[in-house]
Design a protein. Structure first.
Length: 157
C-alpha cells in the first residue's frame, strides 16, 4: 500500500497534542536558560503570521515572544516555531495555487536580522518581489538578502 503524502494544509491542521508548555531540560538550559518552553501548534503560528498587516513585518523571534507571552512560558521553542512558520508558508502557497485569495502573508515573516527565508515558497527572489510590492527595500547582507531598516516595520503581536 502506498502511503499518500499529507498536503501542506493537512500538516498545518495536524496539532499532534500541541500546544504544550514544558520545563526546559538541563541539556537545553545551556542554550535557553531555565524556566518553561512553549511548543506551539502549527495553526497558532499561522494565526500570528496572519495578523501582520501589509507594510509591516515580524521575525520568527517575534512569533516566539508572542507565543511565550500567550502561554505564560519563558520562551517559545525556536525549532518548532521556525518549522511551523515554514509549514504555514507552504500551506499558504498551496492554497493560493488552489484559488484561495486570503492566504497567510508568509513573506512578512523574516529570520533574525530581517533576513529573507530562502526555504519559503518562491525562494529569496519570490519573497523580494512580494516585499518590494509592499514598499520594503531588500538589500544584500553578506551572502543573504534582508529588508533594509526592517526594525522600523516590525510589529509586536
Amino acid at each position: 500500500m502506498v502511503k499518500k503524502r499529507k498536503s501542506w494544509v493537512e500538516k498545518l491542521h495536524d496539532s499532534r497534542g500541541l500546544p504544550k508548555v514544558e520545563e526546559i531540560t538541563e541539556k537545553m538550559s545551556k542554550r535557553w536558560g531555565t524556566g518553561t518552553v512553549v511548543i506551539p501548534a502549527p495553526l497558532e503560528v499561522d494565526s500570528l503570521m496572519r495578523k501582520v498587516p501589509e507594510g509591516k513585518l515580524v521575525t520568527v523571534n517575534g512569533l516566539r515572544e508572542a507565543l511565550a507571552k500567550k502561554h505564560k512560558a519563558t520562551i517559545g521553542c525556536p525549532m518548532t516555531t521556525g518549522i511551523f512558520a515554514w509549514v504555514a508558508a507552504n500551506a499558504a502557497e498551496e492554497q493560493k495555487q488552489n484559488g484561495v485569495e486570503d492566504v497567510t502573508p508568509y513573506w512578512r515573516t523574516l529570520k533574525t536580522g530581517g533576513v529573507l527565508n530562502p526555504k519559503y515558497p518562491g525562494g529569496v527572489e519570490g519573497l523580494k518581489k512580494l516585499l518590494e510590492a509592499e514598499g520594503h527595500k531588500v538589500v544584500q547582507k553578506g551572502k543573504k538578502q534582508a529588508v533594509a531598516d526592517y526594525e522600523k516595520s516590525l510589529i509586536e503581536l
